[in-house]
Design a protein around this ligand. Structure first.
Ligand SMILES: Cc1cc2nc3c(=O)[nH]c(=O)nc-3n(C[C@H](O)[C@H](O)[C@H](O)COP(=O)(O)OP(=O)(O)OC[C@H]3O[C@@H](n4cnc5c(N)ncnc54)[C@H](O)[C@@H]3O)c2cc1C
Length: 569
């Protein structure tokens, strides 16, 4: 079944659950009026339904391949990318002074979700360019901004991020790529980077690499990393892509999924580069790109979950296997199949609303400059990333289950969603690293943001007490339990926190998801499909916070009591 972008769902969440109106009330985003928002969501929905969704299977069946040094892309991807670029979809949130639309991140996050559901492997390309635009806007010199931003924003050139090396994955500080001054303001960049998404493409006029590398006298570790811009083709005096730079794709990876997205091993052999930001401050500059990309990857998970859900629902409506309590209709009349489908729908709503509320906080931070908003966005980012991608994996695997044997057969496409989405929990910082960020850096404020968020959960529960007394009590009680464990975390050493970080993050997602479901049910007026879905989430999925919090508080001793030898190593 073909993917259909859930445009009305985004409109509802933005208008009634996460408070886009507050963003639009600021001077910075006053142009994002309801009419504009509606037009953007409708337009993106049409692009996804008509142009991108038909590319999903061809990308899987005909992977990108390297041919005589040229990255040949999957059938239809060149045309699909052109439609994205010409429609201005690369740069919805990019600064208006360089040709972007300057719209809220909340809108580009909604559009990224839809595009990921339609065709994840192609969507990765503009996603990385968006992150690069943001990094250059904040950290590059005026000359670099003037030359590169208009090209990236127009989608004529695309952006990549080059962190990973064979010995430097999560431990970025171990990277060895070198950058030596050429004496004319440029640098000679030398090293090998692996797993570089959309490292090149046959349809791209130019590809701009942001590369982390070390200056000759740099200190060890992350404190000695600088950021360099290295174009595939060096721009000439008029800004056209000129002679080839000393950078090439050495090979493309063979992957579990995401076949349409070329994942490249890149070789930089004295390639000409320009420094972005300050010497040895490359990680801070790259983090601008990564934070944007982390939220973007979170909604990649949500988008794929949506597509997997739609496909499973259509199959379950059609497939007949004996009488159900609803008669002789499709298997979705069976209680267990309905449990799966209702759970999938409830998970998608919660993960999507968490991501959009993170985007709203980021927009409010940009618009007001208030540190509270920025801190809130920073707290929610690892939750949006890790939880969105966990939901992507869980819903996609439930989607296979709903199909029965046909889920395991490639023709239905259910298995592709599962294969494609798997990597979203790995790249952009594994979900384990996200959870460690939550219990480490994001609690470094002593819990200020956490307490504010929990107060809001309790306020929502309080507001719901008259309409849904049973649900309100469950949400309020869960928030209190989460408060206790957050206090426990704050009192512990890092190793204990890290040992419980992943379940702690899951508990946060469960509680925030429950709050957002309650808010949707209240906005609906207390009865209807959103209230029914909130009930499913709060009765069936929220209780998982209890076991998650128990695991979060287990500490590290039991894990290390098992020696390497005990594990069988
Ligand atoms: C399809 C694909 C596309 C990618 N695209 C890009 C790209 O465009 N640019 C780029 O630079 N990189 C890219 N990557 C690389 C990706 O970001 C890394 O794979 C990821 O950061 C993990 O690094 P690693 O693979 O070396 O795993 P490792 O770092 O070796 O991790 C292995 C396991 O150990 C855990 N672990 C590691 N360190 C710690 C720690 N300190 N504490 C607790 N657990 C830890 C991890 O969570 C993981 O479970 C891509 C990868 C893939 C597969």
């Amino acid at each position: 079944m073909a993917y259909r972008a859930p445009v009305a769902e985004f409109q509802f969440i933005l208008d009634h659950v996460v408070g886009l109106d507050e963003v639009v009330a600021t001077d910075r985003f006053s142009e994002a009026t309801p009419d504009v928002t509606r037009a953007i969501l409708d337009g993106a929905g049409r692009l996804c339904d008509d142009v991108l969704a038909p590319l999903q299977r061809p990308g899987d069946l005909h992977p990108a391949r390297l041919e005589n040094g040229v990255v040949r892309t999957s059938p239809g991807y060149a045309e699909g990318y052109r439609a994205i670029a010409e429609g201005g979809w690369v740069a919805l949130s990019a600064p208006a002074e360089h040709g972007g639309m300057g719209l809220p991140t909340a809108l580009s996050t909604a559009v990224n979700d839809m595009m990921s559901g339609a065709c994840l492997s192609l969507q990765l390309n503009p996603l990385l360019t968006q992150g690069q635009i943001e990094a250059l806007s904040h950290h590059a010199s005026d000359e670099i901004r003037a030359l590169y931003l208009p090209k990236l924003i127009a989608g004529d050139w695309s952006g990549t991020m080059n962190l990973t090396e064979p010995q430097a994955g999560s431990d970025v500080g171990a990277l060895k790529t070198r950058a030596v001054p050429n004496g004319d303001g440029t640098y000679a960049v030398t090293g090998q980077k692996i797993y570089i998404t959309w490292g090149d493409a046959d349809f791209m006029e130019n590809v701009v690499h942001l590369v982390l590398a070390r200056l000759p006298d740099a200190p060890a570790g992350t404190r000695g990393i600088s950021l360099f811009l290295v174009p595939r083709n060096l721009p000439d005096a008029e800004g056209r892509p000129g002679v080839a730079n000393r950078v090439k794709v050495v090979s493309l990876e063979h992957k579990l999924g995401l076949h349409g997205s070329p994942t490249a091993v890149m070789e930089f052999d004295g390639a000409t580069g320009w420094m972005v930001g300050q010497p040895n401050k490359g990680m801070a500059a790259m983090f601008t790109m990564m934070n944007n990309a982390r939220l973007g990857v979170g909604v990649q998970g949500v988008g794929v979950a949506e597509a997997a859900f739609q496909q499973a629902l259509a199959y379950a409506a059609d497939r007949r296997q004996g009488p159900t309590p609803l008669g002789d209709g499709g298997i979705l009349g069976h209680a267990d199949v309905r449990r799966m489908l209702a759970g999938m729908k409830a998970e998608i709503f919660a993960a999507r609303a968490i991501a959009l509320s993170c985007a709203v906080a980021a927009d409010m931070g940009t618009a007001t400059g208030e540190a509270d908003w920025t801190a809130r966005a920073a707290f929610l980012t690892p939750i949006a990333k890790a939880w969105g991608t966990e939901v992507g994996m869980e819903v996609a695997q439930q989607g296979v289950q709903v199909h029965g044997g046909m889920g395991f057969i490639e023709e239905t496409g259910a298995a592709q969603y599962l294969r494609d989405v798997r990597v979203t929990a790995i790249y952009e910082g594994t979900n384990g690293i996200q959870a460690m960020d939550l219990v480490g850096r994001k609690l470094a404020d002593g819990g200020d943001v956490a307490w504010r968020l929990l107060e809001e959960v309790e306020q929502t529960a309080e507001a719901a007490r008259g309409v849904f007394p049973d649900l309100a009590v469950e949400v309020w009680t869960a928030a209190e339990a989460l408060r206790d464990t957050t206090e426990w975390m704050l009192a512990r050493e890092m190793t204990d926190r890290f040992a419980g970080a992943v379940p702690f993050l899951r508990a946060w997602a469960r509680v925030l998801g429950a709050q957002l479901h309650l808010a949707a049910a209240l906005a609906e007026g207390g009865s209807g499909p959103r209230s029914a879905l909130a009930r499913v989430f709060i009765r069936r999925l929220l209780p998982e916070h209890v076991s998650a919090l128990a695991a979060a508080r287990a500490g590290a001793d039991d894990l290390y009591a098992l020696s390497d030898a005990d594990l069988g190593a």
